[in-house]
Design a protein around this ligand. Structure first.
Ligand code: NDP
Ligand code: X2W
Length: 302
């Protein structure tokens, strides 16, 4: 029998992309509510009551409200917002993070989808902290460039109307919403300096972490630690270092590619993760988590 899935916030950027990935699947029946009633509490509670899994593609406050509305119902949640990512009652939906992560997602009632920048940063840092090549209290910095769809409907509107600049750097006050989850799931005790930016392209991103080489780490052992962590992974791979890293290279896929750049002679390196902010950074990851929760093929629809 088909599993019933309700996408709350279906008309938004993330919701629409999830819908596109699920539509036509025979093992899934999408529950929809009248668009005019999409913010109506009664209509949403009815949808939660009918669903096996609800995927929340909403602002944080509305995601919290959704969970409260469904209190007492057996529905399982995947939350694409930031609202529950460091909440210990929720399982962090990053199947490739560590052994056991996939099983935890499979058995969870509450799964929180990682943020897009976080997916890139954690994919680089968590294996290296675990391998002892990055110290938890190391002074790190993370730079990133994202397509403008990461900013949701509002930023998309600015770009589509031609009102936004070709590129901008932002969130330099060091309070970006992804920092707590990056620290928690990478295993960092010191806050990394984070400098994200947006360019005039719709989707895709590159997350970069500059590192100095030292007596413990060199280019081969950084690469080996990452390659061995992701060995056999369906969606994450370590590649050769391209001369130009193109943020849009993995658009419309659920893939993430890591490359290790640098020069042993001058002791400087840069780790890079490329992903689609709307793919592995949001909707693709949500569908991957849904597949794991339903016991379906993990790559179905991806
Ligand atoms: N864009 C991205 O790259 C990523 C986004 N996310 C997260 O996913 C969530 C959704 O983001 P995104 O899709 O970009 O946002 P959008 O602004 O594109 O879409 C949000 C949708 O939620 C609807 N909505 C708002 N409040 C309510 C409510 N109370 N009840 C029901 N529906 C409501 C909105 O309706 P209306 O149109 O009427 O406002 C809109 O359709 C956010 O938490 C975001 O942080 C996560 C990863 C990546
Ligand atoms: C370009 C842009 O504005 N990006 C967003 C993050 C997008 C995102 O994916 O954030 P969540 O996963 O937490 O929803 C920002 O910096 O706030």
């Amino acid at each position: 029998m088909a599993q019933k899935v309700f996408i709350d916030g279906e008309a938004g950027t993330t919701g629409l992309q999830i819908r596109d990935r699920l539509i036509g699947r025979k093992d899934i029946e999408l529950i929809q509510i009248d668009p005019a009633r999409r913010k109506d509490a009664d209509a949403r509670r009815e949808a939660f009551a009918a669903a096996d899994v609800a995927i929340l593609c909403l602002p944080d406050a509305a995601a919290k409200e959704a969970v409260a509305l469904a209190e007492g119902l057996p529905v399982r949640f995947i939350d694409a917002s930031t609202a529950h990512r460091v909440d210990p009652a929720w399982v962090f939906g990053f199947a490739e993070l560590a052994p056991g992560a996939r099983d935890a997602i499979a058995g969870a009632k509450l799964v929180s989808n990682p943020g897009c920048y976080s997916t890139g940063a954690i994919s680089l840092l968590a294996p290296l902290v675990k391998a002892g090549l990055v110290a938890p209290d190391e002074a790190l910095s993370i730079n990133a460039v994202s397509g403008y769809t990461g900013g949701g409907k509002e930023l998309i509107g600015e770009y589509e109307r031609g009102e936004a600049p070709a590129a901008f750097v932002y969130a330099l006050a060091q309070k970006h919403k992804h920092v707590p989850e990056i620290m928690k799931y990478s295993g960092l005790s010191a806050q990394p300096v984070f400098a994200p930016s947006v360019g005039n392209f719709a989707q895709g991103m590159a997350v970069q972490i500059p590192l100095h080489l030292n007596g413990t780490r060199n280019l081969p052992n950084l690469r080996d630690a990452l390659a061995s962590h992701y060995e056999g992974s369906r969606f994450i791979a370590v590649t050769d270092a391209p001369a130009r890293v193109v943020p849009t290279a993995l658009n419309d896929t659920n893939r993430l590619e890591i490359s290790v750049h640098g020069d042993a002679g001058n002791g400087c390196a840069v780790l890079v993760a490329v992903l689609d902010n709307l793919g592995k950074g949001a909707s693709g990851a949500a569908v991957q988590n849904l597949n794991i929760m339903l016991g379906a093929d993990e790559g179905a629809g991806l």
